[in-house]
Design a binder for this molecule. Structure first.
Ligand SMILES: [Zn+2]
Length: 270
């Protein structure tokens, strides 16, 4: 699981912010005005689930479902910290109850079901709540005859939930298969980073898979793979651009163009 780096670039603070893409100090306001994109190198800074809703759906149209669903710590897991305490602290820090939200919305006036992940909450890890919300989003899309759109941002499975977390991979995929069998449309957007069990399940199931430029997308990390196969990997391995070239993605879309791309795709698919 990738851990979120705290208080570095997605928290308002000084006038300047260091870009992870080019390493330059860039004027924070310029980054904000460009939808959290570096004006020097086009690096797409991470944004939260609420910002995804604001950017990709019609203003005021998002009607959130199951907002109060929260993790229930079935294993009473304790490592360096108790899992229950970690959850509380993520809730306080992010204002969210979990690493995903979902609901109905309109996208350029077309009705849809929209789900978004937030990397700030436990590194966007998928536990039972994230899996349940994605599953319910797919079931809602099926019941209402609406297209489903998701944005992924994840470090992988929620290790503190062990097998409960891994089960979500099969559960989400089964729900998406039912949606697909009924002729429902699913568009998946992969953002930086999308890894582990989320890549290996619902995020890769889209009829159309979109990625933001430069997004890191993969299953296991580079070092693990290099050690396993005893080979050095190409420098751009696991970037959106590399994956597009190898047929894993359908299209790379700049953040500011995603909404109109979604509207167009929903038009084609419905
Ligand atoms: Zn930059």
């Amino acid at each position: 699981m990738l851990r979120p780096r705290r208080k570095k670039k997605d928290v308002p603070g000084g006038l300047f912010v260091k870009c992870d893409g080019c390493g330059e100090m860039v004027y924070r306001r310029n980054v904000q005005e460009r939808l959290q994109i570096c004006p020097e190198c086009n690096y797409h800074f991470r944004i939260g689930a609420r910002e995804r809703v604001r950017l990709h759906t019609d203003e005021g149209s998002f009607d959130e479902r199951d907002a109060d669903m929260a993790a229930c710590d079935p294993l009473h897991f304790v490592a360096a910290k108790a899992y229950a305490d970690q959850i509380k602290s993520y809730m306080q820090r992010t204002g969210l109850n979990e690493a995903a939200i979902y609901g109905t919305c309109r996208i350029e006036d077309r009705p849809a079901v929209f789900a978004a992940m937030d990397f700030r909450f436990a590194g966007g890890s998928m536990g039972s709540v994230v899996g349940e919300k994605i599953t319910r989003a797919a079931e809602l899309a099926l019941a209402e005859g609406l297209p489903l759109v998701t944005t992924a941002a994840s470090g992988g499975a929620r290790m503190q939930e062990s097998a409960y977390s891994l089960m979500q991979m099969a559960k989400t995929c089964a729900a998406l298969k039912r949606l697909s069998d009924a002729g429902g449309a699913y568009i998946s957007i992969m953002t930086h980073p999308t890894t582990g069990g989320v890549t290996a399940s619902w995020a890769s199931m889209g009829d159309v898979i979109i990625a933001e430029p430069g997004a890191l997308i993969g299953f296991a990390g580079r070092r693990v793979i290099e050690q396993t196969i005893n080979q050095e990997l190409p420098a751009d391995f696991q970037t959106a651009e590399f994956l597009l070239e190898h047929g894993f993605l359908d299209i790379i879309v700049e953040r500011g163009q995603i909404k109109q791309t979604l509207a167009r795709l929903i038009g084609y698919l419905s």
